[in-house]
Design a protein around this ligand. Structure first.
Ligand code: SAJ
Length: 416
């Protein structure tokens, strides 16, 4: 089976790697020639555990080749970005990259080919936009070309494991389309493969991420309420979660990443008058960075001369991804208020950032914005030695110490 994977980012590249590893002949397509060159050298431009080893081996064995244009093959998998649209006041799904990927494969499409959209898209996109674009080129979808949406649902940091083991939803424009697309995923998926309609697959993907966003918003709201009522929210959540049907999520500095902070708007933009809870949850999560800034202001009593050490800039622990990171929003706001910051993140290279020791040195507040493993297990003897005043504000709820006073959402009311 010869397969083009269009878009060699966080999803396309691992998918290309797993397909090749399981015997497919893979053409990785990306319009960015730097990415094409890096991959053809057997290297990668993103961080994902275990990925570089597979790419190196597959490129050496000539099972993956990167190109800037698609070529004729049996199937095309589209895994390009779908950001929020800047032109839409409701921040709906920007289909520019998906539609230009479709236009780029049309000249090489042949009867019998399968086309799969993996990018997260607004409900009804496959039927209302992609199908007409393919049919305009003279093909009949369901007869000449088999078109399906198969949303990616893997967790950054665990992509290679989840690609193989997660259950996979395949939504076809027709049943035959779904079956043809399933033939591709059967190459490497060990999890259950569920066949359904394209619009159901689109909506179920958005529902999954919206479910999580709404639940995190609820946890964040509990944190704010408990703060006002002088109640330890983390104790409350731990106790409530003993109930067999309760699973309160964790409050944090906000919701980041390219999925939860983006996808709920795709539903909202389609039906803004109905999606009230979805929009409110987004607003609550968007408010969290400013909530953290206000608490920092109070903890440090507005004194701009005091040094604040900041730990973590990524959108979640143990990855290098900074997209939509709430930590960056917090850092920017603190800087614009004139605070003296020193920032450290072991996963992110940036000349403006400092080492762990430099960040702690003489700091009067240590602000932890990401629960990277290195921070959760840090040596508090070193922290005590280096800091001017050993006060730690942990917005992640993950840090524990018997020697240093750690302030988190559970006990913040005692201090501010
Ligand atoms: N977060 C909290 N509290 C929590 C859980 C998470 O504040 O209790 C925050 C994280 O710190 C982070 C953000 O939410 O900033 C998102 O992190 P995440 O781990 O929930 O999810 P993502 O965005 O990395 O990946 C999600 C996953 N979806 C679900 O778990 C339903 C993944 O399976 C999807 O493939 C991915 O979105 C995607 O690409 O859509």
């Amino acid at each position: 089976m010869k397969i083009n994977v269009v878009g060699l980012g966080y999803i396309g590249l691992p998918t290309a790697a797993i397909l090749a590893l399981n015997g497919a002949e893979v053409i990785g397509v990306d319009q960015n020639t730097d990415i094409v060159n890096i991959i053809n050298k057997g290297d990668i431009h993103i961080k994902e555990p275990g990925l570089v080893e597979i790419i190196k081996e597959m490129v050496n064995k000539k099972r993956i080749q990167a190109m800037s244009e698609p070529i004729q093959s049996d199937a095309f998998i589209i895994a390009v970005p779908t950001p929020n649209s800047n032109d839409d006041p409701y921040m709906g799904c920007d289909l520019t990259y998906v539609m230009s990927a479709i236009e780029s494969i049309i000249p090489v499409l042949q009867e019998g080919n399968t086309v799969i959209i993996e990018s997260t898209i607004a409900p009804r996109t496959t039927e209302d936009y992609v199908k007409p674009a393919i049919e305009k080129a003279g093909f009949v979808v369901g007869k000449d070309i088999f078109l399906a949406h198969c949303p990616e649902r893997v967790l950054p940091g665990k992509i290679l494991h989840e690609l193989v083991n997660n259950c996979r939803v395949i939504g076809g424009i027709t049943q035959e389309c779904a079956k043809k697309a399933a033939e591709i995923y059967e190459i490497f998926v060990k999890g259950r493969i569920i066949l359904t309609e394209a619009k159901i697959a689109e909506m179920s993907k958005l529902v999954e991420n919206t479910f999580r966003d709404v639940n995190i918003a609820l946890a964040n709201e509990f944190a704010k309420i408990c703060h006002d009522l002088n109640i330890n929210v983390l104790d409350v959540i731990n106790i409530a979660n003993n109930h067999p049907r309760v699973n309160v999520h964790s409050p944090g500095p906000g919701v980041g990443g390219h999925c939860l902070a983006v996808d709920p708007y795709f539903i909202y933009a389609k039906t803004p008058e109905k999606a009230n809870l979805i929009k409110l949850a987004r607003d609550i999560n968007v408010s969290m960075p400013m909530y953290v800034v206000e608490k920092v202001d109070k903890l440090i009593k507005g004194d701009k001369t005091k040094k604040i050490g900041v730990l973590g800039v990524t959108y979640k622990p143990n990855i290098d991804d900074i997209r939509e990171s709430p930590a960056l929003v917090i850092i920017d706001e603190l800087k614009s208020r004139g605070y003296t910051l020193c920032i450290h993140d072991p996963y992110v290279k940036n000349d403006a950032y400092s080492s762990f020791a430099e960040t702690l040195k003489d700091a009067e507040l240590l602000l932890c914005l990401v629960g990277h493993e290195a921070f959760v297990t840090m040596d508090y003897n070193e922290v005590l030695k280096l800091m001017k005043k050993p006060v730690v504000f942990d917005t992640t709820g993950l840090l524990k110490s018997s020697t240093v006073d750690i302030i988190n959402y559970g006990n913040i009311y005692k201090y501010v």
